[in-house]
Ligand binder design. Structure first.
Ligand SMILES: Cc1cc2nc3c(=O)[nH]c(=O)nc-3n(C[C@H](O)[C@H](O)[C@H](O)COP(=O)(O)OP(=O)(O)OC[C@H]3O[C@@H](n4cnc5c(N)ncnc54)[C@H](O)[C@@H]3O)c2cc1C
Length: 222
């Protein structure tokens, strides 16, 4: 669609939508051009409404932390969606299940697990991305991947329906899954193993040191 048409169509989303938006500061590598539309999803209700309004007429790209995304210099002819802080909730369900929003950073999930004496999440401290990006990439390191801890995903499909996908129905491969490109992941639930806080902390620090030596993650390209 033309930008003029999109401006009318997306008018109700106000300042959360911008056009010919510069993506340079929105990705790990600080590179790239603009997107035809950029939408900051304020909350679930608004995001569902946004997707229903688009009716699949535009290509959609969900941007997490941008640590696995190389944005090309030419205009992205579609809509880039960034989830707001309202998708960053994290909570404990029962004694060993963590539910985390898609915008939660992998490191924050690892820290939360430590604070709740749950092991299995240590490797996440080494990956500079979000839960959404981690699911899409089946991210992992030091022999552990998202698939090892994931129970289920909550997502929005192209028609705006909120669906739940059990992990056992997803095919995970090395750094990829068979999940449809159209899905917007909202949150996920993960299963941990009750453990000793000190041991979990020690293992986390060990992995961080190992990773830091092999590939510095704290240095962001400027
Ligand atoms: C220094 C450095 C170290 C790294 N180390 C590792 C490592 O050890 N192991 C590893 O696996 N990777 C590693 N990576 C790659 C990267 O961090 C991971 O792939 C990470 O999971 C990407 O998350 P992100 O939020 O940055 O995703 P993005 O780069 O923003 O997006 C990646 C993909 O996920 C999709 N996506 C993001 N959020 C959502 C959502 N909510 N719904 C639907 N789709 C979504 C995007 O559309 C895109 O297709 C590293 C990268 C860097 C720069």
């Amino acid at each position: 669609m033309e930008i003029k048409e999109l401006k009318n169509l997306l008018f109700e989303f106000g300042d959360n939508v911008s056009f010919e938006h510069d993506l340079k500061r929105k990705n790990w590598f600080n590179i790239g051009g603009k997107s035809k539309v950029f939408y900051k999803a304020e909350n679930l209700k608004e995001l569902v409404n946004f997707i229903k309004t688009l009716k699949g007429r535009e290509k959609i790209f969900i941007l997490g932390a941008g640590s696995n995304t190389l944005i090309p210099d030419n205009l992205f002819d579609g809509v880039v969606i960034k989830l707001s802080r309202n998708f960053s909730n994290i909570s404990l369900l029962g004694k060993d299940i963590i539910v985390a929003g898609s915008a939660v950073l992998d490191k924050a999930l690892s820290d939360f697990a430590i604070n709740n004496n749950l092991s299995g999440f240590e490797f996440l401290s080494c990956i500079p991305g979000t839960i959404g990006g981690g699911i899409r990439m089946n991210a992992g390191c030091f022999g552990k991947e998202f698939k090892d801890i994931l129970l289920s995903i909550q997502a929005i499909d192209i028609s705006g329906n909120v669906i739940t996908l059990p992990a056992k129905e997803i095919k995970f491969e090395y750094r990829k899954t068979n999940l449809s490109e159209d899905l917007v992941f909202l949150s996920a639930s993960f299963k941990g193993i009750k453990g000793d806080e000190k041991e979990i902390k020690n293992l986390t620090n060990e992995l961080k040191l190992k990773k830091e030596k092999a590939q510095p993650t704290r240095i962001k390209t400027v």
